[in-house]
Design a binder for this molecule. Sequence first.
Ligand SMILES: Cc1ncc(COP(=O)(O)O)c(C=O)c1O
Length: 501
Amino acid sequence: MPGDGFLLLDSTTVARGRRADWLAGELRAAIARGALPTGARLPASRVLADELGFARNTVAEAYRRLAEEALVVPRVGVGTVVAAASTLSERAADPRATGGARPARSPRAAESEPIDLAAGLPELSAFPRAAWLRAEHEVLAEASRRTLGYQHPAGAPALREALAAWLARSRGVVADPDGIVVTSGVTGALALLADALLGEGHESVALEDPGATGNRLILEYWMPRVEPVRVDADGLVVEKLRRSSADVVLVTPAHQYPSGVVLAPERRRELLAWARAGERRLIIEDDYDAEFRYDRRPVRALQPLAPELVAYTSSLSKTLAPALRLGWLVPPPRLVERIVERRWATDLGSPALPQLALARLLDSGALERHLRVMRARHRQRRDAAVASVLTHLPGVRVHGVAAGLHLLLELPDGADDVEVAAAARELGVLVQPLSAQRHRPGPPGLVVHYAAHHPARFEQAIASIARALASATAPAQRPAPHRRGHFPASDGPIGQMDAGN
Ligand SMILES: Cc1ncc(COP(=O)(O)O)c(C=O)c1O
C-alpha cells in the first residue's frame, strides 16, 4: 500500500507526467536529511516501480537524474547506492565559461565536489534520453546506404528542412533549407563566419562589453582585432559602435550575455540602420538561449528584419546538451557559398546520424514538448534562485529579464568581484566574476548559472558566496548597501551599466 513502503513514499496524488520529477525530489530530500545515508542502497527500479505503481522507466529516470547530479552511483552487482562526497566525480568545467582553461582546484574544494555556477549548462540530468535513443534507433533502422555515406557539407537535408520550419515557427527566422549550414555549435559558426569575413577583407569585429568570454576568445583567435562596445540597460550602445572601426558586430539581442537585458526596439532599429549604412556590414546574431523566456514570449529574432545583413546562429548547447556539438548558422546569402566551401574543405561537415536524430525530434514535436517542460522547470529554478539571493545576499541586486539559465548579481559598491570569486572557490563554489567578462572597469558582479542545480544545492552555493563576500571585504572597507543600481533590473531599466567608453 502506498505510504507503507520505502521511505513511506506516498505516490497516490502525483500526476502521471510529474512522477520522475517527484520521485527524484523525494530521494534528493531523503539524502539531504540523512534518511538515505552514504552507501545506502536504493531499491531495484522494478521493485520500487511495483511499490509505487509507476512504470519501471519512470523510476530508472529518477535514478538517472540523481546519478547525473552525483548524488547516487550505480554499482555493478550491487545496485544504485548513495554516493559519499569524497567519491563524487569531478565535473568538467565549461571551457567556454572559464575562458578555455580548466579551473585549478583549491585544496579545500578538492575535498568535495565544488558547486559549479560558472558553467553555462542546462539541467543535463533532464536530457531526453529516451526520446533521443528512440530517434537514433529509428534513424538506424531505416538508414539507407546513401544515409550512411557522405552527406552535404552544409548538413543533412532532412535536418536543414526541419530547422527551416522550426526556426521560422519559434524565432521568425527567414531561411531556405539551402541557406542553413549545420555547424559544431555557435563556436563552429563563428569560426566559419570569421573565415568568410577575412575573405571579404574585414579585420575587426565589435563585441558587446560586457560579453561572453567564450565568444571573445574564439573571435580573438581568428580575427586580427576585436573591439569592445559598451552595453547599457537597453543593450548594445549603437552610437559607440558607430565610432568603432568595425564593420561587423556580434550581439546577443534576445538576452544579452551576461547582463540579461533585451536589445530595446529603438536600438534594434539603430543597429539595422548602422548595418545598412556601410558596404558589407554584418550583424552576427547569437541567439544562444532564446528558447528560455519565462514571463512572456521571446522577442523575435533580428534576422527576419534584414536577412541580407544578419548572420543568425544558435545551438543545442542550452536546449539539450553542449556535448552534441550541434548548431546552425543562417548566413546572409552573399556568404553562404564561401562558408559551405570552407566546411567542405575542413571536414566535409558534421556527423550525419545525430543530425538525423535531431531532425526526427523536430519533426515529431518531441523537442518542442521537451522545451515546454524545461521552460517550466527552469522557471521554477530561476524563481528559487532569485529567492535564495534575496535571502542570503541582501545587499546584492539581481539583474536581467526572466529568461535564460543565468543571473547577473551586482555586488555592493567597493566589493572586488575577483576576490569574492576566489574566496567562494575556497569554500567550494565556482563562479565567474563579472570583471573577467568586461573590458572597461565597471560595477562588481558575479554571473551565476542556476539551471543545472537543484534549488537546495544552489541555495547552499549562494550561502557560501555570502560568506565569501563578507570575508573578501575587510570590515573597514565593507561596502555600504546599494543606493543606486548600475544595471538594468529584472523588472525594468534602472540605470547605466557603466560610465565610460
Ligand atoms: C553567449 C553564448 N553563446 C553561445 C554559447 C554556446 O556555444 P556552443 O554552441 O559552441 O556550445 C554559449 C555557451 O555557453 C554562450 O554563453
